[in-house]
Design a protein around this ligand. Structure first.
Ligand SMILES: *Cc1c(COP(=O)(O)O)cnc(C)c1O
Length: 427
């Protein structure tokens, strides 16, 4: 039947939704009536399960007071480890290699403080020139703390086209004077997935440690960090993982590094059985928990209990399968409906694309404002980028179809012209 339908019709989009094995998860989210939310790569939506787990942890505070650390359904003292265990399948790690703590930026600082050990000629850190600014700021400040000039010691591999990176260029930068490589698993603008397995192997061949920023890849693509033997990784949890604004981040440290003294230690780095001995000699945990610092932000972790349960029920492989279908379909409809309106697709079109599309247009800022007025929520990235994230757990093929039809109308009728072509404070 489906074969006889016009591929660009609304009916066809609906048949895709009818045969979607993950369709049931959409009802678990709060989605405003009439809104099509395509910004799950910036801030994921609230689910009913996350709301329940937040309430459950508030309830344990209400009921137990101080004893909530060890009592109740989710004793707070063990929550970072418990969530690490729930998170581990998403990145392909063992439970003890993952801990929920800090933020992406704080965890990058912790991991570089722990593992960056310049010695002899090996003093440089390699990253790239299209990476997220916080990574660059953190690496520059880490180099300064060690007495190096970031101008000479932070090597930023150039993107040839301004959107994507070539594995060959990254590997060529892994020279004898490099101690560490830090790259993003999925690029925050173009959505390009790097070959993390290959880059890990190439770094190790050259005696270099490698860590990945997984902010845009966790919850959108599967990983096998343990199998690849990636040294470490860090990420935030408020994007594809729907952990809520300011949700606590996470980090991974490969088992072979267990026992490495935390660069930024605190009493939550402790072996839990010793922590309350209150000794001035730290006995660090013998797992990723050693890279925590102070008291965990329990209420900002609470939503993850609900959202990670959902991811584990759906399975990250199934999430990726649907995500590829959604982004593939969206690119088809864009190419068909928006030809001649000045849009260019900048994300990789093959399977090295992550969970969001990146399209460019000279009027992108005000086109996004016009879409938002129609309750279709894109994400603007200066100067001319529009990110569209049809996420597997709550977006639909029909929603994609409707969005692109609306976008076509906005372009035809030029309704975007009533807005200023400037970004807002948060964009
Ligand atoms: C969102 C994002 C961050 C954010 O870091 P925070 O510490 O959570 O503010 C870092 N890196 C990348 C690649 C991101 O996309």
């Amino acid at each position: 039947m489906a074969a006889q339908l016009d591929r660009f019709s609304l009916e066809y989009a609906r048949t895709l939704d009818q045969s979607d094995p993950l369709a049931c998860f959409r009802n678990e989210f709060y989605i405003n009536e009439g809104t099509i939310y395509l910004d799950g790569n910036s801030l994921g939506l609230l689910s009913k399960r996350s709301e329940r787990t937040v309430h459950s942890l508030l309830e344990s505070w209400k009921t137990f007071g101080i004893d909530g650390w060890t009592e109740g359904e989710h004793p707070w003292f063990y929550l970072p480890e418990q969530l690490g265990e729930q998170m581990a399948p998403l990145i392909g790690a063992s439970p003890e290699e993952v801990i929920v703590t800090g933020s992406a930026t704080a965890n990058l600082h912790q991991l570089v403080s722990t593992f960056y050990k310049p010695s002899g000629k090996r003093t440089k850190i390699v990253t790239d020139d299209i990476t997220f600014p916080t990574d660059v700021y953190a690496l520059q400040s880490q180099l300064r703390l060690k007495g190096y000039d970031p101008e000479t010691h932070l090597v930023k591999v150039k993107s040839r086209d301004g959107y994507t990176l070539e594995a060959e260029d990254l590997i060529s930068a892994m020279t004898e004077d490099v101690a560490m490589v830090i790259l993003s698993g999925v690029q925050y603008r173009s959505g390009q997935i790097l070959p993390m397995d290959r880059l890990t192997a190439e770094a190790h061949k050259r005696g270099i440690l490698i860590g990945f920023d997984l902010c845009h890849s966790v919850g959108s693509i599967p990983h096998s960090l343990s199998e690849w033997k990636t040294d470490f990784a860090f990420w935030c949890t408020y994007k594809h993982l729907n952990g809520g604004p300011g949700a606590v981040g996470a980090l991974y440290v490969n088992k072979q590094h267990f026992g490495a003294t935390p660069g930024l230690a605190g009493w939550f780095s402790s072996d839990k059985s010793k922590q309350f001995d209150m000794a001035h000699e730290l006995t660090p945990a013998d797992h990723a928990g050693a890279y925590q610092m102070g008291t965990p932000n329990i209420l900002s972790m609470a939503p993850l209990l609900g959202s990670l349960a959902m991811f584990n029920e759906a399975g990250i492989e199934a999430v990726r399968r649907k995500s590829l279908k959604l982004t593939g379909y969206m690119m088809d409809v864009i190419s068909h409906e928006l030809a001649g309106f000045g849009f260019t697709i900048r994300n990789p079109e093959d399977e090295t694309r992550g969970g969001h599309l990146f399209i460019e247009h000279a009027e992108a800022a005000r086109i996004c404002k016009a879409l938002k007025e129609e309750k279709m929520i894109p994400d603007f990235r200066a100067p001319s980028g529009i990110r569209l994230a049809p996420v597997a757990l709550y977006n639909t093929f029909e929603g994609i179809w409707l969005t692109i039809q609306k976008l076509k109308a906005i372009m035809k009728e030029e309704t975007y012209k009533k807005f200023e072509n400037k970004r807002g404070v948060v964009a």
